[in-house]
Structures are given as C-alpha cells and as structure tokens.
Design a protein around this ligand. Structure first.
Ligand code: HSE
Length: 446
C-alpha cells in the first residue's frame, strides 16, 4: 500500500486533534483512501504535556526544522499559528518541495498572496480548510462544489467566541463584560479577547472567503471591521421588539466592479436560519447564481472538529500525490493568471437600513430636532420608539431608518453629537433584512 508521510509542526489543541485522528483513525482513513497516511513526526517545544495520545517512539520531537528537512515527509501540517515563525516554516517547507496544510487564517489573510503564489510556482498543494469555520467545509465548497456559480453573496457567523457572548447577552440580558468572563471561564475566549471580540479574527476569515469566491487577491486592509464590545442588553431587547436578533456577521456581496466585505454587529430577522445559530457554533450561507442559497453549520473551533478539517486536507493532498494530480485545484480556486485585484467597496458607499439608539432628553422638540438633522442628510425614518418618561436625565430613543447611505449616516451623527439634548454618541447597528428590499436602492455601483 502506498505510504504518505506527514510532519506536524505544533502540537497544541488543534495539532493534538490532528495527531489523534491520524493515529487513532488510521485504519478508517486508509480504508477510504487506499493509502497509508503516517504521522512520521510531530514537533513541539513541549514534550512533557500528556496529550492523551500514544506516540510511537521517535515521533515527538522539538526539532521542527529537522521535520521540514526530512526528505521522506510529503506533507507539512503547520499548526503553530501566528504570522512569524509559521510563515518562515511554510516557505521553508515549500522550498523543500513539501505540500502544506495549515489552519492559520491570520497568516493567510496577511501573507496569503505570497504563499499561494509560491505554491503555484513550485507546483505544490496547499490545504487550509480549517482556517475558516473549523469543521464546516466552506473552503472545499467554494473551491470545488460551487465552481459553476457566480458567488453573489456570503453571510457568516465565523467567530464562536462572539456568537457565544451575543447568545449569552440575549439569553440572560447580562452585560457584555459578564458574558465575556463566562466565555473565558468556559475556554471559548482567549485571555486577551481583542482579536475575537473586535472582529479581527472574523475579518481574517472573510478575507480568505472573498478571494476564493470572486477570484481576487486577498485584501484584508480594506475590510470594514466593527466588533461586539459595545452591544448592550438594551439593544438586544429593542432588536427583539422589531423582530430582530443581533449577530456578528461577516457579509460579502458581489457588485459590478467591486465587492462588499464588512464585519459588524447586524440585526437580522429572528426567523432567519442564521439568527438561530446559538452559542459557539458557526454558520455560513453562500448564495450562488445557479444554486441559490446554501448553508453550512457546525463547530468553528475545537480540537476534534478543527482536526477533522485538517485531516481532510491531508487526505486530499495524499490523493492528489497518488493520482499525479497535484495542482488539480488551484490554491485560491481560480487559475493564478486569472486572479485579479477587485476593490472592496468603501463602507461609506454602503446603503442599508439602520438602528439608532440615542440617549436623549425627554423634552418637547427633541424628536423633531433629531429627525430634522437626519432629514437634512437624506435619512428617512421608518419607526421611532421612546421608552419611559423622565423629567430629568436621558431616555433611550430608538429609530429605524429606511434605506440610507453610510456616509450620510456618519455625517448626521457628527452633527447630532453637537446637540445639547443628546448625551453620548448614539449606538448604530446595521440591519440586513431582505423583506425590506422592495425599497429601491438609490446608490449604484460605479
Ligand atoms: N477564535 C475563534 C473563534 C476560533 O472564537 O471562533 C478559531 O478560529
């Protein structure tokens, strides 16, 4: 039976999942693949921790470079993370003719153009299914299953930490800080949660999906990113009154000569499938012109779900090696010479519906002053709610808009912040509700 040998770099949570699957599911995998896939080496700086795996003698090592240099190893699996040494190891491995599997979305979002180009030039395969959505086969779907489609849009919950926190605030009406502490106690959120809660992890993932969907170079810098740390239980309650839930969504829509790529807390109808994805689960809907709507759902993180996605890449590459089919599917789905640089639409050009929550004085004339400023910026109101009555101090004043342009909204909010009847900058949440789409967009692409 043909043998494919694998070298694993990094034996943390996901690396351990990969090692477990390659060792414990060896029989199952070889009965499916018709080859023996052997974990020849697993490199990590920590050889002491009990990973719950029985490694054969000599498999575990601290010497990552020796693993990369080993001429018998066909595939290097990079599970170190980050954009430093991981990048060096991947380039080093490709220079030595090794195929690469990685789950490293930060690296691909920032250095993917270089890495995919190098893989193409050297005639090597690169697998990265686990970089987006953990076990959900979204990369394979875009690279292979949906190949006959123009991808019109993608909407994803791509960060389990944020989805857990928002679900917690929704369920318990607890403040963001409490929900975050609980997520940290349960091991979902990192000690420094910034990357997750401020939306940057989601942006890394959307940068990769955008490139795959549209055949563009990866462009992380132009993605609009807003996190969830300002969301309050009050906003969740008002969202419910309008029939919405709040999710951190990665949204991408194809336009004529550009595409939208934005991450922000979003109000979506409570009966939308993606609004009902709770806790740390991930989901993504992809709309293609031939297939219509499709949806994937599953664990976006964790030892075994992510390990499973990594092993699927190892198997794909093993099959390509055995069949003499390396390069069968290009790294970014499109042939290298067909990849363009498609611009991301500036957020100022976005046209959508908005939720505003003002802290406003409860005095005659306040509402008309606010709506006057909004009207002057071409922002028309759909609904207004004022809760409670107070002789002194601010009350929440909620407004939902008709279609409005982001640039106008931001200008209007600047003007409104000058009014003495409003305290604090208002809360702004964008709404995605296709049932409102009969309102004709007045902004056109290019
Ligand atoms: N930190 C990510 C999340 C998992 O919370 O979903 C890894 O991508």
């Amino acid at each position: 039976m043909k043998k494919i040998q694998v070298g694993l770099l990094g034996c943390g949570t996901v690396g351990t999942g990969v090692a477990k699957l390659l060792i414990e599911k060896k029989e199952l995998i070889s009965s499916r693949v018709g080859m023996e896939i052997i974990l020849k080496h697993a490199a990590d700086i920590d050889l002491e921790t009990d990973r719950g795996i029985t490694f054969e003698k000599g498999v575990l090592t601290t010497d990552a470079q020796a693993v990369i240099n080993d001429p018998e190893i066909d595939i290097i699996v990079e599970m170190i993370g980050g954009t430093g040494i991981a990048r060096e190891f991947i380039i080093n491995a490709m220079d030595r003719g090794k195929h690469v599997v990685t789950a490293n979305k930060a690296l691909l979002a920032t250095h993917g153009n270089e890495i995919f180009k190098l893989a193409g030039q050297k005639g090597l395969d690169i697998g990265y299914e686990a970089s987006v959505g953990g076990c959900m086969p979204i990369i394979k779907s875009l690279r292979e299953s949906l190949v006959a489609n123009d991808i019109q849009s993608m909407t994803g919950i791509l960060n389990g930490t944020c989805n857990y926190i928002l679900s917690k605030i929704t369920q318990d009406r607890s403040p963001f800080e409490h929900a975050l502490s609980e997520a940290q106690a349960k091991g979902f959120a990192e000690a420094d949660p910034t990357l997750d809660v401020e939306g940057f992890d989601t942006a890394h993932k959307l940068a990769i999906l955008g490139a795959l969907a549209y055949g563009t170079t990866i462009n992380l810098e132009d993605i609009f990113v807003e996190g969830i740390s300002k969301i309050t239980p009050l906003d969740i309650t008002f969202a419910e009154q309008f029939g919405y839930r709040i999710k951190l969504l990665a949204i991408s829509k194809k336009r004529k000569n550009s595409f939208e790529a934005r991450i922000h807390p979003t109000m979506i109808p409570a009966n939308n499938l993606i609004a009902n994805v709770h806790g740390s689960l991930n989901a993504v809907t992809v709309t293609g012109d031939a297939v219509g709507d499709t949806m994937l759902f599953g664990h976006g993180a964790g030892m075994m779900p992510t390990g499973s996605a990594v092993v699927s890449d190892v198997v794909d590459i093993a099959r390509n090696i055995a069949g003499g089919n390396i390069g069968r599917v290009p790294g970014l789905s499109f042939q290298q010479d067909r990849i363009k640089t498609i611009p991301i639409m500036p957020i100022a050009d976005l046209e959508t519906h908005y939720y505003f929550r003002f802290s406003a004085q409860d005095r005659p004339g306040v509402l008309s002053r606010i709506s006057g400023v909004l009207g002057n910026h071409d922002i028309s109101l759909k609904s207004v709610i004022q809760k409670g009555r107070k002789a002194k101090g601010p009350v929440p004043l909620i407004m939902l808009t008709h279609l409005a342009r982001e640039a106008n909204v931001m200008k209007a909010l600047d003007r409104l912040s000058e009014l003495d009847v409003i305290s604090d900058r208002p809360m702004v949440i964008r709404i995605e509700d296709s049932s409102l789409n009969h309102e004709k967009a007045v902004i056109r692409d290019e």
